[in-house]
Design a protein around this ligand. Structure first.
Ligand SMILES: Cc1cc2nc3c(=O)[nH]c(=O)nc-3n(C[C@H](O)[C@H](O)[C@H](O)COP(=O)(O)OP(=O)(O)OC[C@H]3O[C@@H](n4cnc5c(N)ncnc54)[C@H](O)[C@@H]3O)c2cc1C
Length: 403
């Protein structure tokens, strides 16, 4: 089934998935979430990530629904997974240089691919699922065809890419970003670095045949010696010094304003609650900026249809809607409507934030959601330290104060 049919890009679909998954978010999830049953059979996990990543549904909505049905204790594992996304985003916000280095390395490696036929052939074989390693090839094809991989498959895949095929991790991260419907600058870059031993310095993830056989329920059983038996950390500079977390901008709703919608936050309702009443709305398409190479058609199609969905749902609030892919064109368009400011939900590190730097001649005001503002400053070290803050963060959720 084409990727976009398996993951219809609407909020209604996100809510339906959430509703059917909630009963399983407790003990079932804790016991079964690591089992990868294969394409079209990912029933032990929520498959919500394409929706949460673009905020067709928000993290706090997911958490509130789960806590409406389960105790914090029984849904602990699922709650932690939701907070991994938040943790990675906060961690990267405080170390933006990690993203910049990844971008530069990817560009440099594209040159290497063009000039070094050995590297090119190995990279092409990996991306096409033609390495001869049965499980790896199946996951490469699943990713290209469906736009989704189970978390355990992502870990095994990244480990085999780095330690068995000895390909640069940045090329693997780029391959994921071009094909995943949930492709996310923070979760993707930092997960690849985590597997390679760069995130938690020196701690790598080795894909073991017995683990693969067990958690694919025997679908794959790599032969002895087929996979690397050691995972020495990849070379790389130390993690950069931590910067202060962003606090976001305040905006004045009485000034003439246009709204900018972007792929990192397709839930503008909270801005309307703050008094936003835009003269018009721009929808920014940055699909072409994800990678030096073109993303898979389903990635761009998902983002575009998700944007259609938001514009349809909020049509009475948005004013005239303009599609833009060149951020430099934004100021002229905003002025033509009489606006003095562009308001948009804070764009975290990634292609949208990069694009917004090119807007000139008009303030781009980026309020930060309370959920992110509360959580990101705690992403100072590893996830296990961050995890200690989860009870407090849950306590700050609207409606859960008394929980
Ligand atoms: C190498 C690698 C690359 C990855 N790249 C991405 C990526 O580009 N985008 C992305 O969203 N996730 C990425 N992940 C994290 C994780 O694999 C996916 O979020 C998860 O598999 C999504 O499936 P689900 O919604 O069914 O997850 P569930 O198990 O149902 O989890 C519920 C929610 O928690 C969050 N979540 C779960 N696991 C993680 C995790 N390890 N890190 C961050 N958030 C998590 C997601 O929002 C997910 O929707 C990557 C993991 C690895 C190992």
């Amino acid at each position: 089934m084409p990727a976009i049919d398996s993951f219809p890009p609407t909020r209604t679909e996100a809510l339906n998935r959430l509703r059917s998954f909630v009963p399983h978010a407790g003990k079932d999830y804790a016991a079964l979430r690591n089992h990868d049953l294969g394409p079209g059979r990912h029933r032990h996990v929520s498959t919500l990530s394409p929706y949460v990543r673009h905020r067709l549904i928000t993290e706090d909505e997911v958490l509130q629904a789960v806590l409406g049905r389960h105790s914090r204790n029984s849904a602990d594992k699922f709650i932690q997974e939701v907070f991994w996304r938040t943790y990675f985003k906060g961690w990267l916000e405080m170390r933006p240089g990690v993203w910049d280095s990844y971008r530069k390395a990817t560009l440099r490696l594209m040159d290497d691919i063009a000039t070094q036929s050995g590297l090119r052939h190995r990279w092409e074989a990996a991306c096409k699922g033609e390495t001869g390693i049965e499980c790896f090839d199946a996951w490469a094809r699943e990713l290209v065809e469906t736009g989704y991989l189970h978390n355990h498959a992502r870990m095994w895949f990244a480990s085999i890419w780095i330690f068995t095929l000895r390909l640069p991790w940045e090329l693997g991260a780029d391959f994921f970003l071009r094909h995943l419907l949930d492709g996310d600058p923070a979760s993707n870059t930092l997960s690849w670095r985590w597997v390679g031993g760069l995130h938690t310095r020196g701690k790598t993830y080795l894909a073991r045949p017995s683990n693969i056989a067990k958690y694919t329920d025997g679908r794959f059983s790599p032969a002895a010696g087929e996979l690397a038996s050691e995972a020495p950390p990849v070379d790389g500079p130390d993690n950069p010094a931590r910067m202060a977390p962003p606090t976001g901008d305040r905006f004045d709703p009485t000034r003439p304003t246009v709204l900018l919608l972007h792929e990192d936050d397709l839930a503008p309702g909270w801005l309307f609650d703050l008094g936003l009443n835009p003269l018009g709305t721009a929808r920014l398409d940055v699909s072409a900026r994800l990678s030096p190479l073109e993303p898979a058609p389903h990635v761009a199609a998902f983002k575009s249809a998700a944007m259609d969905d938001v514009c349809a749902r909020w049509s009475n609030k948005l004013g005239p809607v303009k599609a833009l892919s060149d951020p430099a064109a934004m100021t002229g368009w905003a002025r033509s409507l009489g606006a003095e400011q562009i308001v948009t939900s804070y764009a975290p590190i990634g292609p949208v934030a990069e694009a917004l730097r090119a807007v000139d001649g008009m303030p781009v005001v980026q309020p930060l959601r309370p959920f992110d503002a509360n959580a990101w400053p705690s992403a100072t070290h590893g996830f296990f330290k961050f995890r200690e803050r989860i009870p407090h963060l849950l306590g700050t959720l609207h409606g859960l104060r008394a929980a």
